[in-house]
Design a protein around this ligand. Sequence first.
Ligand code: PEP
Length: 256
Amino acid sequence: MRKPFVAANWKMNLLAAQLPDYFQVLRSELTAQANVWQQVDVAFAAPYLLLPTAHQCCGGDFLVTAQNVHQEPSGAYTGEIAIGMLKEAGVMSSLVGHSERRQYFSETDEIVAAKTKACLQAGMLPIVCIGETRHERESRATQDVLAKQLKAVLPVVSVEQKIVFAYEPVWAIGTGLTATDEQAQEAHAFIRGVVQDELGKEFASSLRILYGGSAKPENFSGLLAQADIDGGLVGGASLKPKDFAAMILQAAQGAL
Ligand code: PEP
């Protein structure tokens, strides 16, 4: 059985000064269920400057992840952050290829593959985001888009490495629109199938694939109940520690 994985994506929100309160509320909600930390992997994708404080607040209980990395180890890349700098700050994971990076910062499939490769080589867990736009879904190109995005990345992955994928339909991110349970399951099963074709059944069946796109406490348990959905990447709802705690508890409940 795959252990559920629930990741917050705070995007460019919150201040370091707000984090102690955030985690106090979150932890007090989570004590409702004993051993929740053993049942679910929980991660927080924080803006760079918040990472050290987030790391401190998480202790060993939760994973802290960056929202982006640069693919080169060092050099003349003004404004960028290298993987070695993240590791020095205790950060061992990063989102890669979030649709906002693809859309607003022109990240191509090739760049996403290079970032994924750099993370894997550095022993850092990449959480690679893929998903179709509204136009692509409406023109029935969802599977072609997912296959293209996956086929750019999978050649840099080998079966002994750890990676997580997030299926994030772009039309559902921050819009209040969520994929139905059936739409999400269909996409997740397709993704697992492509991964199986490229990297084999054992790797594909242990791969965690998260759903992202306006997930919230009201719709999360239906998504989690789907066979190929192993957790969530949560934007807006993760800014409210009570809501995010409720989603972690739902994932823990499903894992029992
Ligand atoms: C995200 O940013 O990855 C995301 C899924 O955002 P939201 O939950 O707000 O749609």
